[in-house]
Ligand binder design. Structure first.
Ligand code: TRP
Length: 342
């Protein structure tokens, strides 16, 4: 039987928001019945931006587990594993070997690295520049081994992660060419809405940009955030013709809402009949209807054995990882017989 695995991850740097949901979580939930899933809390990668705020990372590990369960990931399923990156030493080892297979110029040319570099508060560290290599290790440690033709390693992510997955597959190919076939190439999977704009209309929803609606925000906060949202800049009052395709509120409605009603709404916006204030009120209501069951489930999750889920998932990850590392060391001639007795 073919092995079908998912490896994907998130940095624990705060509570998760709607952008995470449409970019990633929504698909993860849909795929968890079909695949063996490893969902990684990338606390080491979080250090690339939070080296001075370790307590934020520590706190966020729990927040992420709560948010994951809240949206419907189920760590009580035997095929669903929550993994804490810093507790998997095999990842550190594989990262070290992979650094030798990835030209540094590829890091400098990586568009996501370039964009994130702009938002750093200090000059980029070596660890920041090579995090795509450690991300390749995150993914490829979970390669089905020995690889069979039909095996699959699926990585459902937001669109901004695609350059990292391309880099991952370059490393996999280089490794396989040099040392023999150990790795299955990963398959990227981007959701329908690859990325949600922020409430301010900026390209990316992000807590640090202050334009995010968190999954755990209460109804009142969601309402206030939505009422502050920007709309089509040329539509100043009700009656003015609007341009829904240039309006963040409309984008949100496409992502979360009554798709059947959209065509009619867009027409009423264009004609001026529908004003932005009403439109935002409706959006707030739609978002709250969407978020309410998530909030309820989050409260339930607070009484669940979160530490145990993480421990068991991480142990399973190490079990799989040790199989991969044995193959890697052997392929790279790093399994010296006088030490390993092979
Ligand atoms: N870079 C991802 C983010 O910023 C997090 C991540 C770490 C990841 N390791 C991964 C995503 C492996 C997919 C696969 O959210």
């Amino acid at each position: 039987m073919a092995t079908k695995r998912i490896l994907t991850g998130i940095r624990p740097t705060g509570p998760l928001h709607l952008g995470h949901y449409v970019g990633a979580l929504e698909q993860w939930v849909q795929l968890q019945d079909e695949y063996e899933c490893f969902f990684l809390i990338a606390d080491v990668q979080a250090l690339t931006t939070h080296i001075d705020r370790p307590e934020v990372i520590e706190e966020s590990v729990k927040e992420v587990v709560l948010d994951w369960i809240a949206v419907g990931l189920d760590p009580t399923k035997p095929n669903v594993h929550f993994v804490l990156q810093s507790s998997v030493p095999e990842l550190t080892e594989l990262t070290t070997y992979f650094t030798m297979l990835a030209p540094f110029s590829e890091m400098e040319g990586n568009p996501t690295i370039k964009e994130e570099k702009e938002n750093l508060k200090s000059p980029p560290t070596a660890g920041f520049m090579i995090y795509p290599v450690s991300q390749a290790a995150d993914i490829l440690l979970f390669t089905p081994y020995p690889p069979e033709k039909e095996d699959k390693l699926l990585v459902p992510v937001g669109k901004d992660q695609i350059p990292h997955l391309e880099g991952t597959n370059r490393i996999a190919r280089r490794f396989n060419r040099q040392y023999g076939g150990v790795f299955v190439e990963c398959t990227p999977k981007v959701g329908q809405v690859g990325r949600l704009v922020g409430t301010d209309g900026q390209a990316k929803m992000s807590k640090s940009l202050g334009n995010a609606i968190s999954l755990k925000d209460d109804a009142d906060l969601v309402r206030r955030q939505v009422m502050k949202m920007f709309t089509d800049k040329t539509k100043l009052r009700k009656g003015d013709p609007g341009h829904p395709d240039e309006c963040p509120v409309y984008l949100y409605r496409q992502a979360f809402g009554d798709v059947a009603l959209l065509v009619e709404r867009a027409a009423k916006c264009r004609s001026g009949e529908l004003g932005c204030v009403q439109c935002k009120k409706d959006l707030a209501e739609a978002l709250n209807a969407f978020l309410e069951p998530i909030r309820t489930r989050r409260r339930e999750a607070e009484n669940m054995p979160l530490d145990r889920y993480l421990k068991e998932g991480t142990e399973k990850a190490r079990e799989v990882g040790q199989i991969t590392m044995k193959a890697v060391r052997s392929a790279m001639h790093l399994d010296y017989p006088m030490i390993f007795g092979v």
